[in-house]
Design a protein around this ligand. Structure first.
Ligand SMILES: C[S@@+](CC[C@H](N)C(=O)[O-])C[C@H]1O[C@@H](n2cnc3c(N)ncnc32)[C@H](O)[C@@H]1O
Length: 383
């Protein structure tokens, strides 16, 4: 969709067309007939824009609870923060009355930042900027100023806090090394406006974070989604892992080094936000668990625990890595299917699956890892 297409959809005729398309339901088979019928009443370009937007709104339901009212482009939706994450982040801005969302895209963050306060939204893409303003209004924002410009030229007079989500895609690929505008520029914003939050890719190296900033990793339903950097006025701890949707959060806390011992009765496989935030030792201390190897994120303990921060597995067999022995154990346990979890193992998973030639009835998890530097296998089941 281009700016003209959006303007057409915003007209009374366009709104009627969108309502007709939405009520017709959306299936590729039905689309052709619908397309032909609509083209008798509306311009072809408007019909194409309405069908595309309706498809994007359906897709956007996984990210936004008011998806059916939003204005989206394919790229804008793909880059947009999911509402569950933007709402979580927006809580840090509670004390501020005038907030800027720099690089606002279609407004995935703006919808959470703007309601209830003055907001400035900036993007150099005029179509996305227009959509961001409309989408923020869908979420009840009534005081959003939009500016189509390079954020580096933005006048931030009066702004009390900033959020910036720089572009990270180049040539269709995610580029972890550099963003636009670059991370260094985003961090330097804090010299002008002290309260700054920067969204970053989850692969962000810890060394790129200034010492007095907080680094937060967020996972949703066990999938690592993104990182955020927080400048000193927004800092709560040094590092944080946040697990959504429930909002469980684990923070960095200095403490004694965690011991490395042989596997006990249970294995803990930490959430990826915990491992990326470097909080495995904090988790071990909180649960009374130990490590299997200084470099590996698996933990072990002898009694079962309930924790949102790791998956708990019962260890049925623990053995130094040896294909023949592993095969014997799995046959003895009547195993026909394995989920393989690898941390610090060089074993080729697909090759292993072929070589195991399993024929039994049970399904187990095989953790391939290292125990004090030695390749190891743990045959595990859900407790
Ligand atoms: C990752 S997207 C932002 C997504 C947004 N936070 C959301 O949740 O919908 C990055 C945006 O940065 C904009 N952008 C990149 N460099 C820019 C610059 N120098 N000035 C203004 N906008 C820029 C792009 O146009 C793009 O819309």
């Amino acid at each position: 969709m281009d700016s003209e297409g959006l303007a057409a959809l915003l007209s009374a005729q366009g709104q009627g067309l969108l309502a007709t398309v939405a009520s017709a339901g959306h299936s590729p088979a039905a689309e052709l007939g619908l397309n032909n019928r609509l083209r008798q009443r509306y311009p072809a370009s408007m019909v194409a824009a309405a069908l595309e937007l309706t498809e994007l709104r359906t897709r956007a339901r996984t990210k936004f609870d008011r998806a059916d009212h939003l204005y989206l482009t394919r790229e804008g939706l793909e880059q947009a923060s999911a509402q569950i994450i933007s709402a979580h982040r927006a809580r840090r801005y509670t004390p501020y009355r005038y907030v800027a969302d720099l690089c606002c895209g279609i407004g995935g963050d703006l919808i959470a930042l703007a309601p209830g306060r003055d907001a400035l939204a900036v993007d150099r893409d005029p179509l996305h900027l227009r959509m961001a303003g409309l989408n923020a209004a869908v979420y009840g924002a009534s005081a959003v100023r939009t500016r189509c410009e390079d954020v580096r030229a933005s006048d931030l007079t009066g702004v009390e806090a900033v959020f910036v989500d720089p572009a990270r895609r180049h040539g269709g690929k995610r580029d972890l090394r550099e963003s636009e505008p670059p991370l260094a520029w985003c961090l330097a914003l804090a010299e002008r406006i002290p309260a700054v939050g920067v969204k970053a890719a989850p692969g962000l190296p810890h060394e790129s974070v200034p010492p007095d900033w907080e680094l937060e990793f967020v996972s949703v339903g066990g999938d690592l989604k993104e990182a955020a950097l927080w400048s000193p006025p927004l800092v709560t701890v040094e590092r944080r892992a946040t697990l959504l949707p429930d909002g469980h959060t684990l923070v960095s806390e200095p403490g004694p080094a965690v011991e490395c011992l042989l596997p006990g009765a249970y294995l803990l496989d930490p959430d990826p936000a915990v491992t990326r935030a470097g909080l495995v030792e904090e988790l071990a201390r909180a649960l009374g668990a130990w490590k299997l190897d200084p470099e590996i994120a698996f933990l072990s303990l002898d009694s079962p625990v309930t924790t949102p921060f790791a998956r708990l597995l019962r260890i049925e067999e623990s053995l130094p890595w040896n294909l023949k022995r592993l095969r014997e154990v799995l046959r003895r346990f009547d195993v026909g299917a394995v989920d393989i979890r690898k941390r610090g193992s060089a074993v080729d998973v697909e090759d292993l699956r072929r070589r195991l030639k399993l024929t039994g009835n049970r399904r187990v998890t095989v953790a391939l890892t290292r125990v004090s530097g030695q390749p190891w296998a743990l045959v595990c089941s859900d407790p």
